[in-house]
Each structure stands twice: as C-alpha cells, then as structure tokens.
Write a protein that binds this ligand. Structure first.
Ligand SMILES: Nc1ncnc2c1ncn2[C@@H]1O[C@H](COP(=O)(O)OP(=O)(O)OP(=O)(O)O)[C@@H](O)[C@H]1O
Ligand SMILES: [Mg+2]
Length: 352
C-alpha cells in the first residue's frame, strides 16, 4: 500500500500493519486511530464474548464486523446479519428467535430464527440501539445463558454464536434517556471498538480516495484519474457527515462529472464540498509534498500538473468559473472575458 503514516505515528503507538495478525487488505488506512481499530479486531476475534462496534454512519462498522468474523475460529461457519431497526417488535422477535408452529394466528410452520441459523458462526446485530426494550431483556438472557426459546415454544435450545453488535447511537445517552437497558449495555461494553469519524483520521483520506478512484477505473476499464491539489484540499476541509460511504459516493460521481478529464477538479465535486469552509486546515504529510497547495478552497487560483493539455486547462477554468458563479453563464462569461455565445459554444464542444 502506498500511503503510510509518518514514522512518528508508528513510534508513538508501536503499531504497524506488519505487527497485526490479520491482513485486512480491503480495510484501508494507516492512521494510528485506524491501526488501533485493526489491533482490536485481531484481539477480539479470538474471544467468544459479545463485541460492540460504535461509530457514525458510514465509518465501516459492517466491514469491521465482517473482519471480526473472518479472523475468528468461526470463519468457516456463516455470518448472519440481523437488522434491529425498521421491524415491528413481534416480527423482529420472530426473526431473531424463531417461532413454533401455531405460536400465533398465521404461524402455520415452525420458523428457525437467526440465532439458530448462525449456529457455529457469527450473528451481527446491526443497529442494536434500535432494539425494543422488551427484546433487549430477552437478548440479555440469551447472552447470559447461551440458550434461546422460540416464540410459542417451551424448550430451551442451546446456541453457539458469537454476537457482534453495532450502532451509530451514543448508548450512554440512550441508557440515560431510558431507551437502552443499563444491564445490556454493561454486558456489551467490555469488548468495544469505536470507529473514528473520517474527519478524525484525515491522514487516511488520500489513500481512501485513491483506492476508490482505482476501483472506479477498474469498473470503467480506464486509467485511474487523479485528484487535483484543490480537490484534495476540499476533501480535507469538509466534515464528511456520511464518512467513508460518502467519500466513496463523491468519488463515484466525480469520476462521472470529470468525463474525459484525467484530473478531478473542484467543479467535479458536489456543492457541499465546494462550499465547505475551514481553510486553515493544513494537509498532513501522508498526502506528500506535491499535494500541498497555497490555494484556499474558495481562492481564485487553479493549478495543473505538468502534462495537462490546454484543452483540459480551458475546460477546468470554464467549469470552475461557472461553479463560482453558481451556474450563471452571463457572469461566468464576463469573468472569463468572452461573450456568452462563445462560452456556450465552448461548453457544447467540451461537453461541459
Ligand atoms: N477502511 C475502509 N477501507 C475501505 N472501504 C471502507 C473502509 N471503511 C468503510 N469502507 C466502505 O465504506 C462503506 C460504508 O461502510 P459500512 O457499511 O461498513 O459502514 P457502517 O458504519 O456500517 O454504516 P451505517 O451506520 O450507515 O450502517 C462501505 O462501502 C465500506 O466498504
Ligand atoms: Mg452498517
């Protein structure tokens, strides 16, 4: 992998990819915070105790849950995903624990629940913060006794599953407000992995963006596009509320908007990125000196790597000006010193 954290980071944390047991090739990032997450995966994958994964939306909770499974001795058995949100309580109960024939009107067959389906493997309880209070009590009993009882059944059935639970809620808050049981939280808490927000691991942004650019290139069977220093600077000033999922989506759309352009420029990015305001942020060393730029996100300078064609430069200047003028072609033409008709002609020949 090209992008590496600075040696300082390594010596502070004594962590590096090489010291990890698992390979985690599809889980990118070299920041100290991220390596600590991978270290926890190494350690917790050996345990049969419940693991709790928290973090904002799009930070990679499901990816980490899958890594916990593949690193565990249970990897040959299934990993089953149960989403605790978006189901009415009774349906979720049936999904998790199953039911016996005749358990309720319409229960014409016995139904095996996800705890039993996942037997020998891992059960990923996604969005556990949304689990209804009554089912929280039932789950706690299952975790303590390693036995379930199907809805309408009398028999206690032993289950052997490693439970991994995830949520983007602050469970401490949920406990305080009475939405989440304190005793269940205490049960989940000992093996806890918190995934940092993307803005808290800025030094990973470049590697992630480059990885997604390479994926897009593979998808379209073309050479990978690169990021302009201006685009990268915007990536570092934006807050990324949707985290890595959002970054991936931004790269996907930028590759489309860039069309034949080999470099991703600010006009190819969504408006919320182009208008993000935090110009004081300096780029971390991991991005390399060639990506340092004196250009503020809303500044008036465009810079191009050697090798950029005049046509590409003209096209970028037009698009950038248009973006700055909020799409107003008359104003953009004024700024560029050409007539509106010329601007229109240039836009249509360059497919801008
Ligand atoms: N470190 C990483 N390296 C590469 N891709 C990643 C990384 N972390 C997350 N992703 C990708 O980002 C996307 C979102 O990840 P994931 O679905 O695991 O997030 P999540 O925390 O479960 O989100 P949500 O709370 O919205 O369910 C996925 O496409 C995943 O593959
Ligand atoms: Mg998820």
């Amino acid at each position: 992998m090209k992008n590496r954290a600075s040696p300082n980071t390594y010596s502070e944390t004594l962590l590096s990819r090489e010291t990890l047991r698992g390979k985690y090739d599809d889980i990118l990032g070299e920041s100290a915070k991220h390596l600590e997450v991978l270290k926890s995966v190494d350690l917790f994958a050996k345990s049969s105790s419940t693991v709790l994964i928290t973090g904002e939306t799009g930070t990679g909770k499901e990816l980490i849950a899958k890594a916990l499974h593949t690193q565990s001795p249970r990897a040959k058995h299934p990993m089953v995903i149960a989403n605790c949100a978006g189901f009415v309580e009774s349906l979720l109960e049936n999904e998790l624990f199953g039911h016996e024939k005749g358990a309720f009107t319409g229960a014409d067959w016995q139904h095996i629940g996800l705890f039993e389906t996942a037997s020998g493997g891992t059960l990923f309880l996604d969005e556990i913060g949304e689990l209804p209070i009554r089912l929280q009590a039932k789950l706690l009993r299952v975790l303590q006794e390693n036995e379930i009882r199907r809805v309408g059944g009398t028999e206690q059935i032993p289950v052997d599953v490693h439970v991994v639970a995830a949520t983007n809620r602050d469970l401490v808050e949920s406990v305080k407000s009475g939405r989440f049981r304190e005793d269940l939280y205490q049960r989940l808490k000992p093996l806890h992995i918190h995934l940092p927000a993307l803005r808290e691991r800025q030094e990973d942004i470049y590697a992630l963006a480059t990885y997604f650019l390479a994926e897009e290139a593979k998808h379209y069977n073309q050479a990978a596009k690169t990021l302009s220093s201006e685009a990268l600077l915007l990536f570092h000033t934006y807050a990324w509320p949707g985290n890595i999922r959002e970054l991936k989506g931004v790269i996907e759309s930028a590759v489309l908007f860039a069309e034949q352009n080999t470099v991703i420029l600010p006009p190819h990015l969504p408006e919320e990125l182009r208008t993000s305001q935090a110009p004081q942020v300096s780029l971390p060393d991991a991005a390399g000196p060639s990506f340092k730029s004196a250009t503020a996100p809303e500044g008036s300078t465009l810079s191009f790597p050697i090798g950029t064609t005049l046509e590409e430069i003209e096209r970028s200047a037009i698009l950038e000006t248009l973006a700055r003028e909020n799409g107003n072609k008359s104003k953009a033409a004024d700024v560029l010193g050409i007539t509106r008709a010329t601007l229109r002609a240039k836009l249509s020949t360059s497919n801008a």
